[in-house]
Design a protein around this ligand. Structure first.
Ligand code: FMN
Length: 204
């Protein structure tokens, strides 16, 4: 079972990356998954120009293609999205937009990250609008990590919120467990021979 985690923040010292790394460790220690990739969108030079990406000649186009290969080989994906301006980060939307069929009919666990008490849900809702062409299947067990600086390695000066962290840990493990079950089930769909992207290319 191969899992890829995407950290959707394009910012240094990102809390989303902190959570992505924590989930990666958790997959190894609690779920016996060792075949893992982490795609950090802060490290990837994306092009915003679809023609440049499809042309495949420039460095950003080649770098993106290398990351999509990791998605192509994955059975399930975890998308960690920061809440920025009440939604998902632009780099993440662009990365999903150009992902072709690499996520198609694969289960996706969405994780919303926010430094505020009330954030984290909105970017998860926004990602539901990225499913038409990608055909990614967002599972109905998202993880909302609000007040992120108080958990999983607190920011300097903050007191750890043990109760919040304990709840989130339990929910994370449950969401991952469900994700892995979807991964087993959906493999059957992808290998069924019934998928037809030639006649029905754009998901409508
Ligand atoms: C440009 C920008 C916009 C933001 N907008 C929101 C927001 O609308 N709601 C919110 O809860 N947090 C917002 N935040 C704070 C993030 O929740 C916080 O930075 C969190 O750590 C997740 O982002 P990160 O992975 O980049 O660290 C914003 C942060 C940035 C950099």
């Amino acid at each position: 079972m191969k899992i890829t985690i995407i950290s959707g923040s394009s910012r240094d010292e990102s809390q989303s990356l902190k959570i992505a790394k924590w989930l990666k460790e958790r997959l190894v220690s609690e779920h016996n998954i060792s075949d893992l990739n982490l795609i950090d969108l802060n490290e990837l030079s994306l092009t915003l120009n679809p023609n440049e990406f499809w042309g495949g000649k420039t460095e950003p186009a080649k770098a993106m293609a290398a990351e999509y290969k990791k998605l192509e080989e994955s059975d399930a994906v975890i998308v960690v999205t920061p809440e920025w301006g009440g939604g998902a980060a632009p780099a993440l939307r662009q990365f999903l937009l150009m992902s072709g069929y690499t996520l198609a009919h694969k289960p996706v666990l969405t994780v919303g990250v926010s430094s505020t008490r009330t954030g984290g849900i909105r970017p998860i809702e926004e990602l539901k609008h990225s499913t038409k062409n990608t055909r990614m299947l967002i599972i109905p067990e998202p993880l909302v990590i609000n007040d992120v600086e108080s958990v999983f390695g607190v920011a300097e000066g903050n007191a750890a919120n043990e109760e919040h962290q304990a709840y989130l840990t339990g929910k994370a493990d449950y969401s991952i467990t469900v994700l892995l079950e979807y991964a087993k089930a959906l493999k059957q769909v992808r290998t069924s021979g019934k998928l037809n992207y030639e006649d029905f290319a754009f998901g409508m």
